[in-house]
Write a new protein. Structure first.
Lengths: 454, 454
């Protein structure tokens, strides 16, 4: 199954398509129920909405719930719309609380209200509780179904309780010891339980130095803690330090991926959404991009204004205008390189503002060297275009200065945003480019004036 | 410890600094040995090289090894250089094989040869074996220390074996059933073992539908499988389907993060390295960036050449030159948006070339709408700069056309690279910008000629 998955999935989808045409539903049923739920969820992407519903109806109950949890939101919504209330409540009541919250999160408030009536009281209370926490907070993404042990348990009793609860794979390997007020006082892994003698007390072998987060903490902090401490699950406590849920490592992977996507999109000046590419409409796509583009175009017009003010100089030395694009692009490229390095460095905690002077000094050097080399290349390239060596010198020196300045701007803006508690990725490449353009053409004409004596 | 970690670390580092000055080494020793190894590793980033060595010497043996495994490569190298051979071999012989391989990977061949002599025979064989696999392959990053069970074991015997091996937390929760030739025939989780009756055979409860990878598979596929199937560890088999190692979920997180960093850097036209920002020298930084910058500058000079060919037109209508930066920047911004969306979509498997026509059609619509809106904004902005409405119309229409074309180019190049089996992220934003510039100014002058009748 694993290597070259996509190709196998494509083959499988073709097989199923043929079987669908021949109405051999029983064969399809046997085929899909043998797969891993994650594979069935992927298989769904190969079919249109109607056939997704047909396929889903062929799944056995446990499989259906596991597949449903793995589908993306648009496909979940499509299925819910095509089912009877009975079928909907059957699925929703067996979903794990964190996946259910994620789904309800995405649906319109009106639909959520309707769906809440289809839940059993336990599931409904759980969903309302989790939906009460701030978006992207630990409370919103946690699963309240952890294993709790009492202080006075022996190892044998602890194992007995775990067997009785028999939680799923992702929740079973860490148990939490709580006192009477449900305060988190220690953790104990299934590893330690089975390596220990049954008569010992859990308090003897538990680890009291617990890493935890609070319900208000951001999901990124949750994921970073799981990554840093190599945890399988991380406990979440409320304001009174009472244990209320856990976040598991599989969620941490998805969060880290989501945050990287957000950074990449922000760096390209795109408003972040959680829509998958293929499932957002044309107007959604336009909306996510237009605001930044208009702002940047208006910003870019400042550059036009600066050039307009130099029209007399351009009329006299037309060739000055030829090199504006090469000059500002080089500035933009250097700036986007240094911004990306800095934004990623900050995200990975490799860089922070306590080193700001050391970084600025180092980058000044990097900028000077890069600028010097590029200026030389620019100088010779201008001569090759049969322009005067005077123009070559102006272009060469301008490139040097602009590269130096752009490099520093690309470093300083993300660090500044970070210090002001904004997301450093907001110093998107296009923003840097627009700023660098203005400074670049301004410096270019000043340098030209010095050499031409205009 | 967890919330607001950086601040706590900063405080702690200041405390330790004071204690260092007062030579109160015993107090420091008690302080650091009480921390989580991941925290000590982070704490190290606050100290200079010499003090890192002092701190490290204060760690108890187990702690020292755990901390060493978590340090980045530069700090590991620094410590190794300052230790005696005895101390070096003490650390290296107790490192987990995957972390050791990662370290040896980074060191110069000469140093590796010397270090291999300091390893005990087992560890040396292990390291040589792993280093024999291709870089970034499953074989290179796997840990050969898995739990193997024989087919005829009972559950009680299986648990007995696990207790005897007592592997660390990340390796204990999944056991692998192999036949006499070490072929992987099934997996069994510790969950299933403890929920089952002791008399049963492992073959009765094992899962034979195993997700696995081969030693040659790329680390990205490894991580994607762990993520997709929500695994705690993924078995790696050789060409004869014999089990040779496992990769654990904590490694998958790091791989996914590493791949995201690589994409972000490639998108900004930076050669990828695994150096941390603060630990690469000025010349390394210059080397990682200069090649692309020179290539792009030379590419950008083609745009200068195109404008040069229009010098007669510019001399007549100087104001045409004012709007070149705004025009090409808008094109560049749109292109970098669509490239980033596409590169990330491909990385997350949301998009692939089987949908290429559907995507192109949708993006044509998106491009037309974005271009129309931006063209209008551009038109009015030109009028505000007191230019003629003729110039306004030329700029407006040019923006429209350029946005449409840039958007499509930004989509098509990554899809094309993907189809040709290159990394889509090589269609870096600056590359798109340079291509868009050339096409943009060419179209601009053609449109101007039509309206001015030059």
């Amino acid at each position: 199954m694993p290597t070259g998955i996509v190709n196998e999935m494509e083959l499988l989808s073709k097989n199923i398509n043929e079987l669908l045409e021949q109405k051999k539903l029983f064969d399809i049923k046997r085929l899909v129920n043998d797969l891993h739920p994650a594979d069935v969820a992927e298989l769904m992407t190969f079919f249109d909405r109607d056939n997704q519903v047909v396929l889903f109806r062929l799944l056995q109950k446990d499989m259906a719930i596991a597949v449903f949890e793995q589908l993306d939101f648009e496909r979940q919504e499509n299925l819910l719309n095509s089912f009877t209330d009975d079928k909907v409540s059957e699925i929703l009541n067996y979903m794990s609380p964190d996946d259910l919250t994620e789904l309800l999160d995405e649906l319109p408030a009106k639909v959520v209200k309707k769906l809440l009536y289809l839940l059993n009281p336990d599931q409904r209370n759980m969903a309302s509780l989790l939906l009460g926490y701030r978006e992207n907070s630990a409370g919103r993404i946690m699963n309240p179904g952890y294993i709790d042990l009492k202080e006075n348990y022996t190892i044998a009793q602890a194992l007995e309780r775990i067997r009785k609860l028999s939680p799923p794979e992702d929740m079973i390997y860490t148990a939490y010891v709580t006192d009477i007020q449900r305060h988190l006082i220690g953790i104990i892994t299934l590893r330690d339980l089975i390596l220990s003698t049954p008569e010992k007390k859990v308090t003897e072998i538990m680890d009291t130095d617990v890493v935890f987060v609070s319900t208000d903490d951001d999901q990124e902090l949750v994921a970073r803690n799981i990554q840093k401490y190599d945890l399988l699950s991380l406990p979440v406590v409320d304001h009174e330090h009472r244990l209320v849920g856990v976040v598991t490592v599989d969620d941490a992977i998805d969060i880290i991926e989501e945050e990287a996507t957000e950074d990449i999109h922000r760096l390209a000046a795109i408003q972040t959404t959680e829509d998958e590419y293929l499932h957002s409409t044309v107007m959604q796509k336009v909306r996510n991009r237009i605001l930044w583009l208009v702002a940047l175009l208006l910003g870019g017009m400042v550059t036009s204004f600066i050039i307009q003010n130099q029209s007399a100089l351009i009329q006299t030395v037309v060739s000055l205008s030829f090199f504006i694009p090469a000059l500002i692009n080089t500035g933009g490229n250097v700036g986007s390189q240094s911004t990306s390095i800095m934004v990623r460095g900050i995200a990975l905690n490799e860089v922070d503002s306590r080193n700001i002077f050391k970084i600025a000094l180092k980058e000044s050097l990097v900028g000077s060297i890069l600028g010097g080399l590029l200026g030389l290349v620019g100088f010779f390239r201008v001569l090759l275009l049969r322009e005067s060596s005077m123009i070559g010198i102006i272009v060469g020196i301008s490139i040097w200065v602009v590269v130096f300045v752009s490099n520093l701007i690309g470093i300083i803006i993300p660090l500044f945003l970070k210090k002001m508690k904004f997301d450093p990725a907001l110093s998107a490449t296009p923003v840097i480019t627009t700023i660098v353009d203005m400074i670049g053409v301004f410096l270019y004409f000043q340098i030209a004036r010095i050499f031409i004596g205009f």
